[in-house]
Design a protein around this ligand. Sequence first.
Ligand SMILES: NC(=O)c1ccc[n+]([C@@H]2O[C@H](COP(=O)([O-])OP(=O)(O)OC[C@H]3O[C@@H](n4cnc5c(N)ncnc54)[C@H](OP(=O)(O)O)[C@@H]3O)[C@@H](O)[C@H]2O)c1
Length: 260
Amino acid sequence: MGDVCLVIGAGAGIGGHVGKRFAADGYHAALCRRSDQDGLDRMVAEIEEKGGSASGHLVNAIAENALEELIADVETHIGPIKTVVYNLGAQIGNRALSDTGLKVFERGWRMGTQGVFRIASTLFPLMEQRGGGTMLVTSATSAVRGNAGQHSHAAAMGGRRMLCQSLNAEFAAKNIHVAHILIDSGVNAPDTLGKMMGEENFEKLLDAKGRGKDGLMEPSAIADTYYHIAHQHRSAWTFELDMRAFSDIAWWNHPLNLNI
Ligand SMILES: NC(=O)c1ccc[n+]([C@@H]2O[C@H](COP(=O)([O-])OP(=O)(O)OC[C@H]3O[C@@H](n4cnc5c(N)ncnc54)[C@H](OP(=O)(O)O)[C@@H]3O)[C@@H](O)[C@H]2O)c1
């Protein structure tokens, strides 16, 4: 068994594609998602059909002890986790402050911030004993820019960014590389953006910006960058990165956006 890449939040978008990318280069991809066993099975089968190694773990990562038990399970039964990808978002849709109860606010924090803390607390001591490791954290525009209706999301993602910086301050010298990767465009992600928008609107979005127009980020292209970051020479590590589609640079000026 090769090195293990554990992906927390492996849907058909970024998470699944990152798993496939690492598996294509000899890693075992341990894929975790919350509710879609068929989707998980399909991704594992796709990797295995190409000669790769993968396992599916249906786990609600924010449940008590779930992340800790998942890491112990993978380490014991599959192998040492060399790279962990924290890909859970904290998006709960647009909610006015009056519609953002304490529970909703706290759920965002559990998914956005606390999960990263729990992984670091559980896995970093093991990585340190082994001489190093990598954590790639998917982030979003909300980590650096608040917005109406995004109180829970932005607070959780902003906290996640600061946590990544603090983890780096303590662990980079121990050869543990934490990269905070800010995804600053919509992604061709049917399991998240697709479900949030609904099938019809997501199809419209794909027609307007996807399907060869490249105005929607392709998760396979994002996954190439994740793989590269995990294999950088430590004299030149990326700690923070923002990525967006070519049409989202000064979007009001780009002809692609005039068609919407
Ligand atoms: N999609 C976008 O447009 C976009 C834009 C900017 C940033 N991002 C960031 O990208 C990341 C998500 O990537 P993606 O949108 O491409 O999605 P994805 O990788 O296709 O799917 C993420 C998966 O996370 C799983 N998940 C959610 N809550 C979970 C939990 N409590 N325990 C275990 N698994 C859980 C879901 O599984 P189930 O489906 O099985 O429930 C979902 O399929 C997030 O960090 C988000 O902030 C996305």
